[in-house]
Design a binder for this molecule. Sequence first.
Ligand code: NDP
Length: 257
Amino acid sequence: MKEFSYPSFDLTGKKALVTGGSKGIGLAIAAGLANAGAKVLITGRDETVLQEVADELSGRNLDVSWKVADVTSKQAVVELFEFIDANFGGIDILVNNAGMNIRKPLVEVEEQDWDKVIGTNLKGIFLVGQQAAKRMIDQKSGCIINISSIMGQVGNPLQTSYAASKGGINQLTKVWAAELAEHNIRVNALAPAYIKTPMTEPFLQDPERLEKLVGRTLLKRMGEAEEMIGPALFFASGASSYVTGQILYVDGGWTAN
Ligand code: NDP
């Protein structure tokens, strides 16, 4: 019998960028990648929060540093990658996570709401992904994980701009996977349902709304941010070496319901 090459989730020697790594899902994934051995750079817009979080994780012997970068600004994203080239030693793994939501009925969505959500979630993913891909093409390897949402797949009220952005991310994921495969770059997406983070804090304060939401899942509960770590490690590591262009629903079974 052939000797099997068993998969490893070890990320020692890998350099990872996690946008929106100061809170919630991004923070959990950043800690998870660092715990697997990666050197991790987290970004966000708030210097104080980033510094506190990176200090705390470094105190737990995780290799995590930070840089302020607003993903809606091309200039800021270009400067982020110049910093990565000069000080971080390159990029092997991108977790394209920074995102936000403005929940409103269609008829109340203002133009600036649309621009803000699409600018952060879709344009931001594009700007960061483009810069990362340039480096990964040059080094002939890399892995991109886009953070989508079940809202990119299901039709839920109050999600006009958010659902459009996340549906766009699903398509970007497939297009980038098709374009970048020849350069040994894999591109996948994680699509969570409701995960406990600062973004979903308001739901926890509203038991009726919360019950309605978790009732849509098979597991009948919200997810914890650390439950995103395993799926992220799968995509970031050699364990998923034959997986690209996929959207993995981390949703307690919502989309199977
Ligand atoms: P949080 O609001 O808890 O965290 C968002 C992170 O993104 C923060 O670090 C924030 O930092 C950063 N961020 C927001 N806007 C920008 C910007 N313009 N430039 C740079 N960084 C930015 O959200 P979650 O952790 O809940 O969400 C993370 C991702 O997961 C998002 O893409 C979201 O759409 C997705 N998601 C979340 C779900 C959930 O239930 N929580 C469900 C499905 C998808 P700062 O504000 O300091 O800039």
